[in-house]
Write a protein that binds this ligand. Structure first.
Ligand SMILES: *Cc1c(COP(=O)(O)O)cnc(C)c1O
Length: 411
C-alpha cells in the first residue's frame, strides 16, 4: 500500500501528498499491463507549461500530454469549470438533455464549418464514428459494395480494431489479424496513387492534414485539394482526422483552415477537454443525417463534466488569444531550431503552429529524449531519428529559449 504523507511546497505554500516514486513504479510494474515503455519519472503536479516530479524536480513540458494539455496544466479557468460542474452534475447518460453538451455542440458549430457533432470519449472512437457514418452513407448512396475506405501509409487513427486497420502501420496491426475488411492504404501526398485507389466502391478517404504519430509530416495543399475533388467525383466522403491538429494546435482552430479544403467530417479528441476525456466527430451536409436513433451511441460521451471542460478550453483559447500565440510561438521556435549551431545535427524541420518535428542527422532521438528529460525538458522521440514537439498553446518566448538551451546542450 502507498502511505500518504503530506509535504509543504515552500515555493507555492501548497500542501501536497508526498509520493513514493519507487513504490509507484513497483506497483505499476506488478499490476498494470505492459503496454507502455514508460520513462523513469513520476509526475505529481502541473501548472502552466511546467510539471513537477515526486522528487520535486521541475520540468518544462514540450509534449503537453501528447497534445492534450493545450491550455497548459491546471489552467484556473479549466479547474474552475471542472470543480463547479463536478459539484453540480457529472453524468446523466445520453438518454436525456444536458445544457453543457448542447452549448458545446453549438460552440463547435460556430467556430467550424460543421453543423452537427457526435460526441465520444477518445480519438479512436471519433474515427470509429466517422468510419461507421461513411459506411452507412456509402451503402445508402451506392449500394452494398460501397464500403471501402482509403487512408495513408504511416498514418495513425487509433487502436480499436477498425481504427488500427485504418492506421497505415503494419507494426500496430500484425498481432491482431484478421483485420476489418475494406481498408487500403496509399502513399501520403501522392495524388496519382490516391486517384488510382479510389473507385465507385469507395465510401470515404480519411487523412490527417499533418501526420502526427507518423513523424509530423504536412500534407501538401494540392494533395488535399485533389482528395476533395477525387472524393466528390465518386460520391465518397472526405474525412480529416484532426485529433492531434485540431483545437488551435496549428495556429488556427482547425488545420483544414490552412488549406481551404473543407472535409465532410472532422474528428477531434486530444486537447478538446484539456485533459478530461472527450472526442467528437463533426459533420456537414449529408453526413449529418446518416445516423438515426439506435445506430450508434456511447454511455459516457459528452457528459456535463467533459462538455464543461471543453467549453472552458475553447473559451480560454479565445480570451487568451492562443491561436495567435500558437502561430507566433511556432514561427519563433522553428526559427530558433534553424540556428547555425544545430545545422549539422538537424536534417529537416517541419511544422505548423505548435506542432513541430525535426529529423536528426543521426539515429539519436531516444538518447536526446532521455537526456533532455534529465535536464528538465519533456520532448518526444519518434523512431530513431525524429523529435516531436507539442508544447501547450500558452507557451512563451522565454519558455522556448529555455527549451533551446537544453536542446543545444544535448544535441
Ligand atoms: C492520438 C490520435 C488518435 C487516437 O486517439 P486516442 O484518444 O488515443 O484514441 C487518432 N488519430 C490521431 C491523428 C491521433 O493523433
Amino acid at each position: 500500500m502507498l502511505e500518504t504523507q503530506y509535504t509543504l511546497d515552500t515555493q507555492t505554500g501548497q500542501i501536497a501528498p508526498a509520493v513514493d516514486a519507487a513504490a509507484v513504479r513497483a506497483q505499476d510494474k506488478a499490476h498494470v499491463m505492459h503496454t507502455y515503455a514508460r520513462l523513469p519519472v513520476t509526475f505529481v503536479r502541473g501548472q502552466g507549461a511546467r510539471l513537477w516530479d515526486a522528487e520535486g524536480r521541475e520540468y518544462l513540458d514540450f509534449l503537453a500530454g501528447i497534445a492534450v494539455n493545450g491550455v497548459g496544466h491546471c489552467h484556473p479557468a479549466l479547474v474552475k469549470a471542472i470543480q463547479e460542474q463536478a459539484a453540480t452534475l457529472i453524468h446523466t447518460s445520453n438518454l436525456y438533455h444536458t445544457a453543457p453538451q448542447a452549448l458545446l455542440a453549438q460552440k463547435l458549430a460556430e467556430i467550424s464549418d460543421f453543423s452537427r457533432v457526435f460526441f465520444c470519449n477518445s480519438g479512436a472512437e471519433a474515427n470509429e464514428a466517422a468510419i461507421k457514418i461513411a459506411r452507412k452513407h456509402g451503402k445508402q448512396v451506392g449500394g452494398d459494395s460501397k464500403y471501402h475506405l482509403i487512408t495513408a501509409q504511416n498514418s495513425f487513427h487509433g487502436r480499436t480494431l477498425a481504427t488500427v486497420t485504418a492506421t497505415g502501420q503494419p507494426k500496430y496491426q500484425a498481432p491482431f489479424t484478421p483485420l476489418v475488411p475494406g481498408f487500403s492504404h496509399v502513399p501520403f501526398n501522392d495524388i496519382e496513387a490516391l486517384e488510382a485507389a479510389v473507385t465507385e466502391d469507395t465510401c470515404a478517404v480519411m487523412l490527417e492534414p499533418i501526420r502526427g504519430e507518423g513523424g509530423v509530416y504536412l500534407a501538401h495543399r494540392p494533395y488535399l485539394e485533389a482528395a476533395r475533388r477525387i472524393c466528390d467525383k465518386v460520391g465518397a466522403l472526405l474525412i480529416f482526422d484532426e485529433v492531434q491538429t485540431g483545437v488551435g494546435r496549428t495556429g488556427k482552430w482547425w488545420a483544414y483552415q490552412h488549406y481551404d479544403v473543407v472535409p465532410d467530417m472532422m474528428t477531434l479528441a486530444k486537447s478538446l477537454g484539456g485533459g478530461v476525456p472527450i472526442g467528437a466527430c463533426l459533420a456537414r451536409g449529408a453526413a449529418t443525417e446518416t445516423l438515426v436513433p439506435g445506430d450508434h451511441g456511447s454511455t459516457f460521451a459528452g457528459s456535463p463534466l467533459a462538455a464543461s471542460a471543453a467549453l472552458a478550453v475553447l473559451q480560454t483559447i479565445e480570451s487568451e488569444h492562443l491561436l495567435a500565440n500558437a502561430h507566433a510561438m511556432g514561427e519563433y521556435f522553428i526559427h530558433r531550431l534553424g540556428e547555425p549551431a544545430l545545422r549539422g545535427k538537424i536534417k529537416d524541420i517541419r511544422g505548423m503552429g505548435l506542432m513541430v518535428g525535426v529529423t536528426l542527422t543521426t539515429p539519436d532521438a531516444k538518447r536526446v529524449q532521455a537526456e533532455a528529460l534529465e535536464r528538465g525538458l519533456i520532448i518526444n522521440a519518434i523512431g530513431d531519428d525524429i523529435l516531436r514537439f507539442l508544447p501547450p498553446l500558452i507557451i512563451t518566448q522565454s519558455d522556448i529559449d529555455q527549451a533551446m538551451t537544453v536542446l543545444l546542450a544535448v544535441l
